[in-house]
Design a protein around this ligand. Structure first.
Ligand code: HEC
Length: 413
């Protein structure tokens, strides 16, 4: 799956399509309107036990960023990236990226599922890019470096962040980055944790009359913006104001206008909501409401509610404890949300969440529900249009998970 995923992303970038893969789905954290219980508190306040892990993460991140800070701007310049004179420096940076990502994945294995899944994903991709470059596939490596930003966003968008990273401040001033269109700059700011700048850039995109409203939507910028405002920044009021401005544009299709109206209603509710004491109940209710509307209501109408629900769930899960059975439902609900608002099958974390739910509650109803959804999701994803080809390793894995969900096989394996 991994190899094909990267090939798909590469192909979509080569075609100049927007590689809207993102993170959108997995993300998370409505910082604001909900704090309240221990369960919904931000991970910054998590137990000291996780502190060394966090320190290690920051150290690895500094290395990963050092590599990307060199590679990303260079990858925007075809000639420079393909110039053999740069190849020793590129090789060094790719090696650093590869090693640091491998180390992140290694220590990340003990962290929450979303972190360890994305750290693994980054490390597989970093290894792949490094190898391709060494084998002389320079152009492919160049595109893949750019697509990697989606993985950075996916991880950084899960949880609230009170402030921006000082380390990456200067990155956005790089001459090559500065020349990019606002939407691309917004993505890079998001990937490097310059969240304020990313918010401002997305808002500029939403207000840009030369950028048709429906293209802004199709390219995923509305999703990215809402995710950032709701999960990372916890600023529903700001998103509300931006969307109200957006609806004054004349070029929204009726469908998009209807969706934005629903998002505005949801944001309005979030701005007046008090502390959330039972995040799982709130998330479950949001999903039930979204499903109750089917099939009459457009699935995307629920985007804001589902982003908020995923924010609550991520914060509930990022409490520094290893996964345990009372988290099974939270993982299941995250999986449900991911299958609804995740934009790309290939970057989806639905599989990781649903598998975790199954393993945490073997033989229980929640595991059976998770299994049914996982099977549907994978079969639909692999089959695509027409065929019904599901790779053999995936079929074998599904069979094992089915047995675990029925309580017929041990959960750990
Ligand atoms: C598996 C999750 C994950 C992935 C993938 C990830 N990051 Fe991070 N990143 C973090 C966490 C967690 C922090 C620490 C946030 C904090 O300080 O609390 C962080 C911090 C950072 C920082 C700030 C470092 C500092 O010293 O202040 C930068 C810059 C950064 N990441 C860039 C990137 C880039 C670029 C990528 C993609 C190539 C990336 N990250 C991928 C989780 C991730």
């Amino acid at each position: 799956m991994r190899a094909s995923r990267i090939a798909v992303l590469a192909a979509c970038c080569l075609l100049g399509a927007s590689c809207a893969a993102n993170d959108s789905s997995e993300s998370t954290a409505a910082a604001t309107p909900s704090a309240g219980t221990a369960a919904s508190r931000a991970p910054e306040s998590a137990k000291p036990a996780s502190a060394p892990n966090e320190e290690q993460t920051r150290e690895r991140m500094a290395e990963i960023f050092a590599a990307m800070r060199f590679l990303l701007p260079l990858s925007l310049d075809e000639q420079a990236f393909e110039d053999p004179a740069h190849s020793p420096a590129i090789r060094n940076a790719l090696a650093l990226l590869d090693e640091s990502s491998a180390s992140l994945a290694q220590h990340g294995a003990s962290r929450e599922v979303s972190f360890s899944h994305l750290a693994r994903s980054l490390s597989i991709d970093a290894r792949d890019i490094h190898e391709r470059y060494d084998q002389g596939h320079v152009r492919e490596a160049r595109y893949l470096v750019q697509t990697l930003a989606e993985t950075c966003v996916a991880c950084h968008s899960r949880l609230p962040a009170a402030s921006d990273a000082p380390r990456s401040e200067a990155f956005m001033d790089d001459a090559l980055v500065e020349k990019l269109p606002s939407a691309q700059r917004a993505k890079l700011a998001y990937a490097t944790r310059q969240f304020d700048e990313a918010l401002a850039l997305y808002e500029a995109v939403l207000a840009d009359p030369s950028f048709p409203a429906n293209d802004i939507d199709l390219e995923g910028h509305l999703d990215d913006y809402l995710e950032l405002a709701i999960r990372v920044r916890g600023e529903p009021a700001r998103a509300l104001a931006a969307l109200k401005r957006f609806t004054t544009r004349q070029d929204l299709s009726p469908t998009l206008r209807g969706e934005v109206r629903h998002w505005i209603d949801s944001l309005q509710r979030l701005t007046v909501r008090g502390p959330v004491t039972s995040p799982i109940d709130v998330a479950r209710a949001a999903i039930d409401r979204a499903e109750a509307g089917q099939p009459d209501v457009d699935e995307r109408d629920s985007l804001v509610d589902l982003l908020d629900a995923s924010a609550l769930l991520h914060r509930f899960l990022a409490d520094g404890r290893p996964p345990h059975s009372d988290q099974a439902e939270a993982y299941y609900l995250l999986g449900v949300i991911e299958t609804r608002i995740g934009r790309s099958f290939w970057l989806s974390q639905a599989e990781a969440y649903l598998e975790t739910a199954i393993r945490l509650a073997p033989g229980e109803p929640i595991a059976k529900d998770a299994y049914v959804l996982l099977e549907d999701f994978l079969v639909a994803g692999y089959s695509g249009s027409g065929g019904t080809f599901v790779p053999r390793d995936i079929r074998e894995k599904l069979e094992l998970l089915r047995k675990i969900s029925e309580g017929e096989a041990p959960a750990e394996s």
